[in-house]
Design a protein around this ligand. Structure first.
Ligand SMILES: O=P(O)(O)OC[C@H]1O[C@H](OP(=O)(O)OP(=O)(O)O)[C@H](O)[C@@H]1O
Ligand SMILES: Oc1ncnc2c1N=NC2
Ligand SMILES: [Mg+2]
Ligand SMILES: [Mg+2]
Length: 213
């Protein structure tokens, strides 16, 4: 199978079994993916990506939510070599995309100037995202990037959500498929809260009310 399928019944851990920042204790309902498991999966994704790399990569972080996965993935990529024993030269790009208010997807706001896009022309791009939920962000981002005729574009997303709202987009590399719940932590936020939480957790109803905007 391409990814680890997280079915909510057998995978949710009690908050009591992990170190959780005091300031978030009452705003979370469970730990879905502990930080250590995330790191072990990211290490494997890095190995797969390097094995399939055919030359230098432009690794593109989709801010803000993608930053932690991007940082850890790039660190692991640097430790790997291709099947032919070659290391993979990397250059790094950062683009900011925003569409969520509370736990609802709105208009996708893409801050990508044409100058920045010139960096992508004729290059092998790896887009790094935290989650594919409805798929709106990625479909719109890919449409914009394709206009700058890159050599190739691949997408790595740590998570994909099993939601009826999905437009069916599936990335090239996926860490975990998660249940249809709003998750936070490992740079995933709810109105900018929880990015400072290491584990991927399910937000509680109290947390949604407490941090609603
Ligand atoms: O598949 P979709 O339904 O489009 O949702 C996924 C996107 O939404 C979130 O970004 P958000 O708008 O919260 O901005 P952020 O990355 O700054 O948190 C997330 O980081 C993905 O980029
Ligand atoms: O579950 C989620 N948690 C945080 N951010 C997002 C989510 N789904 N789309 C964006
Ligand atoms: Mg995002
Ligand atoms: Mg967000």
């Amino acid at each position: 199978k391409m990814w680890i399928d997280v079915n909510s019944e057998s995978f949710q851990y009690s908050l009591d079994h992990f170190v959780i920042p005091d300031h978030y204790e009452t705003a979370l309902s469970s730990v879905l993916i502990p930080h250590g498991v995330i790191m072990d999966r990211v290490e494997k994704l890095a190995k797969l990506i390097v094995q399939e790399a055919t030359g230098p990569l432009v690794v593109c972080c989709v801010l803000k939510g993608g930053h932690q996965f991007f940082a850890d993935l790039v660190n692991y990529i640097k430790k790997n070599v291709t099947r032919g024993g070659n290391s993979v030269p990397l250059s790094l790009e950062f683009i900011k995309v925003k569409s969520y208010h509370n736990d609802v997807s709105g208009d996708v706001k893409l801050s990508l100037t044409d100058d920045e896009c010139k960096e992508f022309q004729g290059k092998n791009i790896l887009i790094v995202e935290d989650i594919i939920d409805t798929g709106k962000t990625m479909v719109q981002l890919l449409a914009k990037l394709r206009k700058f005729s890159p050599e190739s574009v691949k997408v790595a997303s740590l998570l994909i959500k099993k939601t009826p709202l999905s437009n069916g987009y599936i990335p090239d590399y996926v860490g975990f498929a998660i249940p249809n719940a709003f998750v936070v932590g490992y740079a995933l936020d709810y109105n900018e809260y929880f990015r400072d939480l290491d584990h991927i957790c399910v937000i509680s109803e109290h947390g949604k009310e407490k941090y609603a905007v």
